[in-house]
Write a protein that binds this ligand. Structure first.
Ligand code: 7TS
Length: 418
């Protein structure tokens, strides 16, 4: 996205934001006596009524355990859980529903791949490649796997705008690379990573690519087959679904070759004290009673987003991003951290002389929710020589009025701390 100073694109007409806002009961809340302005969507998104109702309906009418019972409710719960998997498959355009593993969220998905795919394969001298803009959950699991194997973690740097240095990626991804783990969208900077290009480089050397889609799925239409990656992870709660549920997509042959990572019920074929055999994916990786209600709620959330259309959402959010960038750059002493040409709707910023937490506290008094700190991306902060930023992250229900409230809130913070 290019932002020309002084030029505001007209509001996009293809998203009826007022109508969409009415879908989200929490947006009618007042916080500290002010109407809530929710700009912390990077941390978690709010839930539309359809998702809240689906959770209630599931527990009121269908609740039972899956795959175990012969009774009617168990069949209904199993059908709902299977249908949720098929919805996730369609959402990502996966080749088969068996490639969809339900997990707790992005963090668990990455740990699953690091434990079950990477650990048995990594040897001393091998390399795992990440980028300098990863969330801690796409760094630490790889460090643990590398430590266990004597493998090396290699980091592709970012430039001053927060864009991935593709020229460096070309050099750093090589014959020793076994896994390339990259975010699709940076949570701290908003930068979009050219995943298809990274995949091309990795596959040239036979390396497997995991994409952390936590910050992407609610902003960009994702087609895992078109991206060409091998694993894709996302969290339900960042795409208007419940907390505690997420998706790991993996290519069928890769999942089939992976040993279980947790043992228990539902992940076995046969158990004896002499030898246990394991179920096929995805069940092999879903030990114990899964978050059935969560999966049902997530499927409704994915259908909700699909019905609105990710292209319309992206156009609306790009308009908001351009408007927010313009408004915030007009505030003296404010610096935007992360100015990549291709950005999703995240604006990270610092204001001279004011700690990011103080900005967050002043905004909270006005009912405006943002996040302040290192955003679980400490290496990004180090790269820019700062301890943290204030971050506004937009979703489909945010409006230009929210941006105006944000700008006014920051201006009052600058007056307070002047
Ligand atoms: N990857 C990225 C890029 C993220 O932004 C986050 C969470 C995660 C992984 C972890 O997701 P989880 O659902 O498993 O916790 N990011 C943030 C954030 O930016 N503010 O709060 C959480």
């Amino acid at each position: 996205m290019k932002v020309e100073r002084g030029v505001f694109a007209p509001a996009r007409g293809d998203l009826d934001v007022a109508r969409l806002r009415a879908d989200f009961p929490i947006l009618a809340e007042c916080v500290n006596g002010r109407p809530l302005v929710y700009l912390d969507n990077g941390a978690t998104t709010q839930k539309p009524r359809v998702v809240i109702d689906a959770l209630a309906r599931y527990y009121e009418r269908d609740n039972a355990n899956v795959h175990r019972g012969v009774h009617t409710l168990s069949r209904r719960a199993t059908d709902a859980y299977d249908a949720a998997r098929a919805t996730a498959q369609r959402f990502l355009n996966a080749a088969s529903a068996d490639e969809i593993v339900f997990v707790r969220g992005t963090t668990e998905a990455i740990n699953l791949v690091a434990s079950s795919h990477a650990r048995p394969r990594l040897a001393a001298g091998d390399e795992v490649v990440v980028t300098a803009m990863e969330h801690h959950s796409n760094i630490v699991p790889w460090q643990l796997a590398c430590e266990a194997a004597g493998a090396r973690l290699v980091v592709i740097p970012i430039d001053d705008a927060g864009s991935l240095r593709i020229d460096q990626a070309e050099k750093l991804i090589g014959p020793r690379t076994r896994i390339v783990a990259v975010t699709h969208v940076s949570n701290a900077l908003g930068s979009v990573v050219p995943v298809a290009r990274v995949v091309e480089l990795a596959h040239r050397h036979g390396a497997v690519v995991l994409v952390d889609g936590a910050q992407a799925v609610s902003h960009i239409a994702v087609d895992v087959q078109a991206l060409g990656c091998d694993f894709y992870a996302f969290s339900g709660h960042k795409i208007f679904g419940p907390t505690g549920i997420g998706v790991l997509w993996g290519r069928a042959p890769l999942l089939a070759a992976m040993p279980p990572w947790q043992g228990g019920g539902d992940m076995i074929r046969t158990v004896s004290f002499e030898k246990t055999t394991y179920a096929e994916p995805p069940f092999r990786f879903e030990a114990g009673t899964p978050d059935i209600g969560g999966a049902v709620g997530l499927a409704v959330a994915l259908d909700y987003v699909t019905a609105i259309g990710l292209d319309a959402i992206a156009a609306h959010e790009h308009d908001l991003l351009a408007y927010a960038t313009e408004r915030l750059l007009g505030i003296p002493g404010l610096t935007i951290v992360g100015t990549a040409g291709d950005k999703a709707s995240i604006v990270s910023f610092t204001v001279d002389g004011i700690h990011p937490h103080d900005i967050g506290t002043v905004l909270d008094q006005e009912g405006i929710a943002i996040r302040a700190g290192h955003h679980c991306a400490m290496p990004v902060m180090k790269r820019f020589g700062i301890s943290g930023t204030a971050r506004a992250s937009f979703a489909l229900y945010n409006s230009r009025a929210d941006v105006d409230a944000l700008a006014a809130g920051i201006e009052s913070a600058t007056r307070l701390f002047a």
